[in-house]
Design a protein around this ligand. Structure first.
Ligand code: FPP
Length: 246
């Protein structure tokens, strides 16, 4: 049976039986997507933003509690200046164009990452998105922007020391409370698109027991069907958290 979703004819999908509470995406392949079409890399990033919107909607529909997108890493500053500028512009445009819908969806937006080196314009966008949605409870939407996992841990340790946390008070739970994702479930599933198999400094502490998927699909091509496919693959995984098989 076929049905219409967002005006597009799609095959009926079975709802995956197990949905991750937190799913995190390394959105790789924008450049290759653009190249295949003879477009500049930045067009791939623009297409990638449309995918983010689609993914948030579908995660909400499926009952995901937290979703994280790796939009700009601390290493991405070394890309050509024009590409860096585009990514900064896209961030501001994304907040401007999506904030109403995100708020209406009950999304609590967090921009996770270092604030060092960000322009006042980007900082104002961050403030706007976080303040506007701070009381929402349906889903956490984390945008990892100027993010690095090691830097996050270093920053957490600095703040713990400044807060006078003594050596005997340090525990895994306390460290978790000092990370950018405090109060959220750890990622159950991390997906890196485009077939690359690296974690690139992403959510290092939080993903200790995550399941990983490295599908070949390029990020701009990810749609509802592909997402349900990721969730179905996740549902098949036998998660043991270090325990022996029965
Ligand atoms: C990797 O693809 C992707 C990035 C470095 C940036 C991801 C950013 C977006 C999807 C848009 C920005 C969104 C916001 C909200 C700011 P790549 O360029 O490395 O692709 P390639 O490996 O095919 O060259």
């Amino acid at each position: 049976m076929a049905f219409h979703l967002f005006g597009k004819k799609r095959k009926a999908q079975t709802v995956p039986e197990k949905i991750p509470a937190h799913v995190a995406f390394i959105m790789d392949g924008n450049g290759r997507w653009a190249k295949k079409r003879g477009l500049p890399r930045t067009a791939g990033h623009r297409a990638g933003v449309i995918t983010i919107r689609r993914v948030i909607r579908h995660c909400c529909d499926r009952g995901v509690k937290a979703v994280t997108f790796y939009a700009f890493s601390t290493e991405n500053w070394s890309r050509p200046q024009q590409e860096v500028d585009t990514l900064m512009d896209l961030f501001v445009e994304f907040i401007d164009s999506e904030i109403d819908e995100l708020d209406a969806q009950g999304a609590r937006v967090r921009i996770i990452g270092s604030r060092q080196g960000l322009s006042e314009r980007v900082m104002a966008s961050i403030e706007k998105a976080q303040t506007r949605t701070q009381n929402n409870e349906r889903i956490f939407v984390n945008i990892a922007f100027n993010y690095g996992g090691r830097a996050e841990i270093a920053e957490a340790v600095q703040r713990m020391m400044r807060d006078g946390i003594g050596p005997d008070e340090v525990s895994e739970a306390v460290i978790g409370e000092y990370l950018y994702t405090a109060g959220q479930p750890d990622p159950d599933l991390v997906v890196r698109t485009s077939g690359e198999q690296r974690i690139s400094n992403f959510l290092l502490y939080q993903s200790a027991y995550a399941e990983y998927l490295f599908p070949e699909i390029l990020w701009p091509d990810v749609d509802e069907e592909a997402l349900d496919g990721f969730f179905a693959a996740y549902a098949k995984r036998d998660r043991r958290f270090g325990n022996a098989k029965e």
